[in-house]
Design a protein around this ligand. Structure first.
Ligand code: URA
Length: 247
C-alpha cells in the first residue's frame, strides 16, 4: 500500500506536491470514487484516474543494492524491522527485491518495479548464477564438498549441481571459509545445504548475481543498473532458459 500522491508522482505524471493539489481539488478518483483528502493509500491493481483519464503505469527502474545485515526483504514485517525498501526513500517508484536474502545475509540484491524482469530473473529455468562467500562452523571434508556439489535432497527435492571451493580453514576455531556458485535459489538454500551436513552457516555474503557484482558500493548503498546491464541480464536469463528447454 502506498500513498496516492506518491503513486501519481512515481508514474511521472507530475510532482508529489502537484499531485496533492490535484487530490485536494477533487480531480483524482480511485476505483471510480473521487478522493479529495490526503492520506489515502492505494494498492497494486487499483485504478487511478485524473480528470477521468486513467493514470499510465510507472517508469520501469532497476537498482543494484548492497544489502547490509539486519534488514529484511519482505515488505511488511510483523516485528517492524527495517526492510530493504527503507533504504530507497528517495525513490518514488514502488520497487521490491528480486528474490530474497535472509535478515543476516549481505550482498548483491536487485531491486525493481518491473514484475516481468523480476520473474525472469527468479524463474528456476533461468539458471542465473549466484556466487556466495560462506563461513561455516567445523572443518568441511572433501567428501562433504563432493556430496554438496553433486546435489543432495532437501525437503524431498534434489539440489542442482553446484561448484564449491574452500578458500580458507581456521583449525584453531574450527571454521571453514568457502565460495559456492549456485544456479538456483530455493528458500535459505545455502544454509540448508550446509546445515544438512552438520555445518552451521556463520556468515553469508552474496558477491555476484549473473555478471553483477558489488564493485564501488558499500553496505546500504545502491546504484541504478545501466540500460545495457538490464538488457544483458535479460538476455543471459533468456538464453539459459532456452538452452534448458532444449536439454
Ligand atoms: N541462501 C541462504 O541460505 N540464505 C540467503 O540469504 C541466500 C541464499
Amino acid at each position: 500500500m502506498e500513498r496516492l500522491q506518491k503513486v501519481i508522482a512515481a508514474s511521472g505524471y507530475t510532482s508529489r506536491r502537484k499531485a496533492e493539489d490535484l487530490i485536494r481539488a477533487g480531480r483524482v478518483s480511485v476505483n471510480g470514487e473521487v478522493v479529495n483528502e490526503l492520506g489515502v493509500k492505494v494498492k497494486k491493481g487499483d485504478t487511478i484516474t485524473i480528470d477521468g483519464k486513467a493514470l499510465e503505469g510507472e517508469n520501469k527502474v532497476y537498482y543494484l543494492f548492497y544489502k547490509p545485515k539486519s534488514c529484511i526483504c519482505t515488505l511488511n514485517d510483523e516485528f517492524n524491522r527495517e526492510t530493504v525498501v527503507d533504504y530507497f526513500k528517495e525513490v518514488d517508484e514502488r520497487i521490491y527485491p528480486v528474490g530474497r536474502l535472509d535478515y543476516d545475509t549481505t550482498g548483491v540484491l536487485l531491486m525493481t518495479n518491473d514484475g516481468e524482469f523480476a520473474n525472469l530473473m527468479m524463474h528456476p529455468s533461468s539458471h542465473l548464477e549466484k556466487i556466495y562467500e560462506v563461513t561455516v562452523s567445523g572443518l568441511v571434508t572433501g567428501e562433504t564438498l563432493h556430496k554438496l556439489e553433486k546435489g543432495i535432497y532437501l525437503e524431498g527435492a534434489k539440489t542442482m549441481p553446484c561448484k564449491i571451493k574452500v578458500t580458507g580453514k581456521d583449525t584453531e576455531h574450527k571454521t571453514t571459509m568457502l565460495m559456492i556458485k549456485l544456479v538456483e535459489g530455493k528458500n535459505r538454500q545455502v544454509k540448508k545445504m550446509f546445515e544438512s551436513m552438520g555445518h552451521r552457516v556463520k556468515r553469508l555474503h552474496r558477491i555476484q548475481v549473473g555478471f553483477i557484482n558489488l564493485k564501488g558500493l558499500t553496505p546500504g548503498g545502491y546504484r541504478m543498473l545501466k540500460p545495457q546491464e538490464v538488457k544483458d541480464l535479460r538476455n543471459l536469463a533468456l538464453t539459459k532458459k532456452e538452452n534448458n528447454k532444449r536439454k
